[in-house]
Ligand binder design. Structure first.
Ligand SMILES: C[S@@+](CC[C@H](N)C(=O)[O-])C[C@H]1O[C@@H](n2cnc3c(N)ncnc32)[C@H](O)[C@@H]1O
Length: 286
């Protein structure tokens, strides 16, 4: 009896250990082991990402994301050889991240300068350059990307009204580095949200059913108001039927330095985080 109990306990422990250290045979989402899966569901990403992969060259953009952060996100939502799309690719944080973990990728970018920097980085780092398209995502998605062909979308939106960034200390209007990629500075927030929704509607068609999309979006403080742009954008994308919001991951960007905003008169936040909105395509298939 005691031996039976011992064997039963041993079996249970083995099962527990296996599920922690093995990729489950029926894992439909990724290739993470049980313990990696558990770690990946944390709602705050606090890992410090290296300043690598031609960071100086890529930082000409101003809105570039660490490829290693993209890699970590891509691994949560894909398997090897899956196809990842970034319709607003910039200098290719997503594309580089995908290559580094043996996923295929495709990127779209309005400004050829950023595509050229991406290609140069690939050459210098001896990384295979992925397929890129120069043009407006709305048109390229329609023309060049097949419906239901994408396993994961990871992208990063151009900001609304970012050019009007004001320094509360000096009261001087300054042109942000980000303005280089924002051609829509005369748009209202509502128009910007509609513009973004149009792109995501097209993305939705390209994504396979039951697959995910991650969208980087920072909140902003402008004209004495805090704008939860992530919530605005999440609500806008959620109006696309079948695109369901599943999470808001907070990326604590350890590379951001603190500034003295508002001192000594009022509290103005120093933004050291960005949101990564996670959506899933869920439609009934007959
Ligand atoms: C926030 S940046 C992306 C940065 C990127 N994650 C990286 O690591 O470099 C957004 C990019 O979208 C591009 N963009 C804006 N509107 C676009 C559109 N309609 N079609 C294609 N690209 C667009 C901008 O030129 C900009 O480079």
């Amino acid at each position: 009896m005691q031996k039976q109990l011992f064997n039963y306990k041993k079996k249970l422990t083995k099962k527990k250990l296996d599920s922690k250290s093995k990729v489950a045979d029926n894992n439909k989402v990724n290739e993470l082991t049980g313990s990696e899966w558990k770690f990946s569901t944390k709602s705050v990403i606090s890992k410090a990402y290296p300043v690598n992969l031609q960071h100086k060259l890529r930082s000409e953009h101003g809105g570039q994301k660490p490829p290693d952060l993209c890699l970590d996100l891509i691994k949560i939502f894909t398997k090897k050889n899956n196809l990842v799309l970034d319709p607003l690719m910039g200098v290719g944080g997503t594309l580089i991240g995908a290559s580094l973990c043996n996923r295929k990728a495709v990127g779209i970018e309005l400004n050829n300068k950023w595509i050229n920097i991406y290609k140069k980085v690939c050459k210098l780092e001896k990384i295979k350059a992925e397929q890129t398209y120069h043009g407006n995502a709305k048109e390229v998605l329609e023309k060049n990307i097949k419906n239901n062909s994408i396993d994961f979308i990871l992208t990063d939106v151009p900001y609304w009204n970012v050019d009007q960034l004001k320094k509360t200390r000096s009261k001087k209007a300054t042109i942000s580095k980000l303005s280089k990629f924002n051609k829509s500075n005369s748009l209202s927030k509502e128009d910007w949200l509609l513009d973004m929704k149009e792109i995501f509607q097209k993305c939705f068609k390209k994504l396979k059913n039951k697959k995910y999309m991650g969208v980087f979006i920072g909140d902003i403080y402008r004209d004495k108001h805090y704008h939860i742009l992530s919530a605005d954008l999440a609500n806008s994308i959620s109006t696309i039927e079948g695109f369901n919001l599943k999470a808001n991951l907070i990326w604590f960007d350890q590379s951001k330095s603190l500034h003295v905003y508002g001192y000594p008169y009022s509290f103005v936040p120093s933004m050291i985080h960005q949101n990564v909105l996670i959506f899933k395509k869920e439609i009934d298939e007959d």
